[in-house]
Structure formats: C-alpha cells, structure tokens
Design a protein. Structure first.
Length: 385
C-alpha cells in the first residue's frame, strides 16, 4: 500500500468537509437572515474553538495516537457539519466553536502522520499530503457549485459529503500504519497539557502570518467576492473558486520537488509575490478569465504556507514533543486563518467586499520580509539536513 495513501485520504476528507461548508455560506447566511458583519462574528467562534483545543491537542494525539484521533475527528465532523446548515444563529455559533475544536485535533493528527512517515521512511510526503488538501478543495468546490446549481439545499449536500467522509474515516483506521506514529513521544507523563508557543515557533508563525490571513480570507469571503463582483451564478462562482484550489493543488503536488530545487526563502518570497499579483488582478478587473488567473495565482502563492511552517517546526530540537510543537504552531496559525478573517465581514458590510481584500493586500510584504526564517535564521536548535 503506498505510504502516501493514509495522510492523502485524511487531508482530502478534511478539506472536502471544510470547503463544502464554506462554499454554502451564502445560502446559510440567507437562511439565518443575518448580514456579513453578524456572520463574521459567528465565524470568530472558529478562533475560540481553536484556542480551546490547542492546549490539549498534543496530549490527545499522544494518548489516542494520531491514527485514531484523525479517524474519530473525521467521523464527528461528518455528523456535525450538516447540522450547521439548519440550526438558528445561536446554534450555528455554538456548533462552529465545536467544529473548530475538533478540526484542530484533526490538523495536529494529520500533520503528525505525514511527518512521522517522512521520519520513519526517509520519503518526503508532507507537501504531497497537503496537496491532497488542495485536491479535496477542488473536488469540493466544483461539487458544491454543481449541487447548488441543481437546487439542493445545503443540508442535503452536506449530508452526502458527511456519509462519504464517515466511510473514508473507517478506511483511515484500517490503512494508517503504526510506523506513522514512531516520531511521537507517547509518554503521557511527559506530555504537557498547556503548550505555549516558544520564541522560535512565534518567529515561524510571524513568517507565514500574512499569507495565512489572506488564505483564511479567501476561504471565508472568497465566494462572496466572486458572486458580488464577478458572477451571481452559483455554478459559475463555484467553478471560478476552483481555480484557487487548482493553483494550490498543482503547487503542493510538485512541492516536494520544488523544495529539492529551491531554497525555502526563495519559495516563500515567490509565493508572496504571486499572492500580491493575484489580489491586484481580482480587485482591478471583473472579467471572469482574469478572475480565474488571479485566483490560481493566489492559490499557488499560499500553497507552501503551512507545509513550510510544519517542516521548519518539526526540524527544531525542543524539550516538547513534535505533536506539542505542532499544536503550539497551530495555535498561532489557526488564529490567523480562522480568527482574523471573520473580522473582515464588518468591513465588507459597511465598505464593500472588495475593501476587505484591499486591507489584507499589504500582508504579503510581511511574508516577503520574514522569508529567511524558513532557513533557520533567528531560530535556535534547528537541525540542518
């Protein structure tokens, strides 16, 4: 069985659940009868769920093992996601906090499985694993656009997605090898309950903070931007959003090869320039073909975002276990992708959706300036390959 199969399936299912929910947000917003600012406040529940989960995510993964944590998390998410499309606003807020809590457990588990395989086999699979997140985004986006065009309700759509994910989670339990867990310190006595980000982890997070905000903004508000500025047709909007996932997917699937050819800092700076160019295009032109190119550029630009962070953090020598270091990184990174972008809803409500993306454009400069951190600059105890 290919060693890539277990993490690939986990990343694929995670992304399908995530993007299927977010591409149906316009319909869910209409059903709840709330404006963008109010919806943005609800999405802030994702940041709260992340903050609540990260102190225990490393410990849970050490206790259950990443294999079980990933499978159980997928099953829970598959059952919860459809409910978010039918509950009233207050139920959506509470449900989304729980959704983010479980997804944080899953994020740590899937990355530990990928890095565990790399360390035990010597084969690089991390970027390709994240590539299947992008493949799932593409599949989920295109499917969402088509299903919406057929008149299916978000609940019907998400129930179908949930059934597929539950079946896949059972497969994950069966095919994920125990060798994927060898890099973990499974000592419950050693695992910390509260994992605070170290200076080195904060530097890595700061390096990727700007692109993380932009990636989160595309997930939260990208479909709104497309439908308000480019096309109102839900099927066409879904197809255009797919170009974001295509750009991300292609870049990540060749990411391990690119990492062999180019220095991390060069890749990160190229990523920042691609994102800046994509945002500039989509904010200044309303033609559909230009939007497709712009979204592909943004997708390719954010593709190395989290994989580079994971690779840098896992290579650090630390008193914490790899799971705990990843949990600490996720605390910072997921707040950037989940906690800050919802605030853009207030800007969108009062100044228009385009203004929200103008505000985040300068963050590409942060990634460009902090690129040397990806090669260990300023980090203590980073192992050099």
């Amino acid at each position: 069985m290919p060693i890539l199969a277990p993490p690939a399936l986990i990343f694929f299912c995670n992304s399908i659940l995530f993007i299927s929910l977010f591409t149906r947000l316009p319909a869910i917003q209409t059903a709840m009868q709330v404006n963008k600012a109010t919806l943005g406040l609800a999405l802030l529940g994702g940041a709260l769920g992340t903050v609540l989960a990260l102190p225990v995510a490393g410990k849970v993964n050490n206790w259950l093992s990443p294999r079980r944590t990933a499978a159980f998390s997928l099953i829970i998410l598959a059952l919860v996601t459809p409910l978010l499309s039918v509950v009233p606003y207050i139920g959506f807020v509470g449900g989304f906090i729980f959704f983010a809590f479980i997804r944080t457990m899953l994020e740590v588990a899937q990355n530990m499985i990928s890095t565990g395989i790399e360390q035990s086999t010597g084969v690089k699979v991390l970027s390709r694993s994240h590539g299947f997140w992008s493949v799932g985004l593409l599949f989920g986006t295109v499917t969402s656009g088509w299903v919406a065009g057929q008149g299916a309700t978000p609940f019907q759509h998400l129930c179908g997605v949930g059934f597929f994910v539950i079946v896949s989670a059972l497969v994950v339990l069966r095919i994920t090898p125990d060798v994927a867990n060898d890099s973990l310190d499974l000592s419950a006595a050693r695992a910390q309950i509260f994992v605070r980000p170290t200076r080195a982890i904060l530097l890595v997070a700061l390096m990727l903070f700007g692109l993380a905000i932009i990636e989160g903004a595309i997930y939260d508000w990208g479909i709104f931007l497309i439908r308000e500025r480019i096309t109102t047709d839900p099927a066409r909007a879904g197809l255009l959003f797919a170009f974001f996932t295509i750009g991300m997917g292609i870049t990540r699937l060749i990411g391990d090869w690119l990492r062999e050819l180019f220095r991390p800092s060069l890749l990160l700076r190229a990523s920042a320039l691609a994102v800046a160019a994509g945002l500039a295009l989509i904010l200044n032109f309303e033609q559909q073909w230009v939007a497709a190119i712009a979204l592909a550029l943004i997708g390719s630009g954010v593709a190395f975002n989290y994989p580079l962070a994971v690779s840098t953090v896992v290579s650090m020598r630390s008193t914490n276990t790899p799971a705990e270091n990843l949990a600490a990184l996720s605390l910072v990174m997921l707040v950037a992708t989940i906690g800050i972008p919802p605030l853009l809803g207030t800007i969108a409500e009062f100044h228009g959706i385009a203004a929200s993306f103008v505000v985040i454009l300068p963050f590409t400069a942060l990634a460009f300036a902090m690129a040397p951190v990806s090669e260990g600059s300023g980090l203590v105890g980073t192992k050099q390959d």
